[in-house]
Design a protein around this ligand. Structure first.
Ligand code: ADE
Length: 230
C-alpha cells in the first residue's frame, strides 16, 4: 500500500512513523508513507495557502489551488482513494479501518486554519472525522487513521500481535489481561488464568469481555446482542 499525506507540517508526521510497528511495516515494504508539504505547490510569491473568507468572518480558509496542484502532482492520484480529514466527516470506526486497509493507494489531506474552501471537497472521495471534537489540524487525526489501518495490512502484525482479539473487531471490548507478578500490593491475578484450563480461561474471558462492554459501552453491547441474534 502507498499512503501520500498532504500537510503543511510534515515534521509532525514523519518522525512518528519511523518507530515501532509502522516503522517496521515500512522497512518490510508492506506500506510506503510519503509526506508532502503542499505549501510547495502555492504559486504566489509568499507561498500562501490560506486567505480570508469571502463574505467576511473570522479566521482563514485553506485555498483550493495549492491543494489541487499538490494532489495532481502525485503519481497515481486518479486511482487513489482521496480522503479529507475534517470534524465534519463520517465518524471513523474499526470497520472503516478494515475497509481502508484493503486499498492500494490512499491520499490524505490534513487541513489547518478555520476550514477548507468548499470547492476542495469536489476533489476528494471521502471525509473522515476521528471524533466529535476539533483538533488544531488534521495531522493527529490522519496519524490515528494511518496507524489503525496499517496494522491491519496482512503481515504487518506477527501472529503474536494478531488483531483477531482487538476490541471492536468482535464489537466487544477486550477482556482484562495480567502478567507477572502474580500478586502486586495485595492484588492477585484471577485464579482461573493460572489454572492452565484453556476452556475455562476462554469462558472467563468471554464473560469478562461481555461484562466490561455492557458496563462501559452499552451501545456496543446492544449492537453485539443484535448481531448474535442473527
Ligand atoms: N481536523 C480537526 N479536527 C478533526 C477531527 N476531529 N477529525 C478529523 N480531522 C480533524
Amino acid at each position: 500500500m502507498t499512503i501520500d499525506v498532504l500537510t503543511l507540517f510534515p515534521d509532525m508526521i514523519e518522525p512518528v512513523f519511523k518507530h515501532s510497528i509502522i516503522g517496521r511495516a515500512q522497512e518490510k515494504g508492506s506500506v510506503t508513507i510519503n509526506v508532502h508539504d503542499f505549501r510547495e505547490f502555492s504559486v504566489d510569491k509568499h507561498k500562501s495557502v490560506d486567505d480570508t473568507p469571502y463574505g467576511g468572518g473570522a479566521g482563514m480558509v485553506l485555498r483550493v489551488e495549492p491543494v489541487v496542484r499538490a494532489l495532481r502532482a502525485l503519481e497515481g492520484h486518479e486511482q487513489a482513494l482521496k480522503i479529507l480529514m475534517t470534524p465534519q466527516g463520517i465518524p471513523y470506526t474499526q470497520s472503516r479501518a478494515q475497509t481502508l486497509s484493503k486499498n492500494d493507494h490512499l491520499i490524505i489531506l490534513c487541513g489547518h486554519y478555520e476550514g477548507y474552501d468548499e470547492r476542495i471537497r469536489d476533489y476528494f472521495d471521502v471525509e473522515i472525522s476521528i471524533g466529535d471534537y476539533v483538533l488544531t489540524g488534521g495531522e493527529i487525526a490522519a496519524m490515528a487513521v494511518i496507524d489503525s489501518l496499517v496494522r491491519l495490512i496482512p503481515g504487518v502484525l506477527s501472529n503474536a500481535q494478531s488483531h483477531e482479539d482487538d476490541s471492536f473487531s468482535m464489537s466487544l471490548l477486550e477482556y482484562p489481561q495480567y502478567t507477572k507478578p502474580r500478586i502486586f500490593e495485595g492484588k492477585s491475578v484471577p485464579e482461573v488464568l493460572l489454572s492452565g484450563h484453556h476452556e475455562n480461561i476462554n469462558i472467563w474471558r468471554k464473560e469478562e469481555a461481555l461484562k466490561r462492554t455492557q458496563k462501559r459501552r452499552p451501545d456496543l453491547y446492544e449492537k453485539y446482542l443484535k448481531k448474535s441474534e442473527n
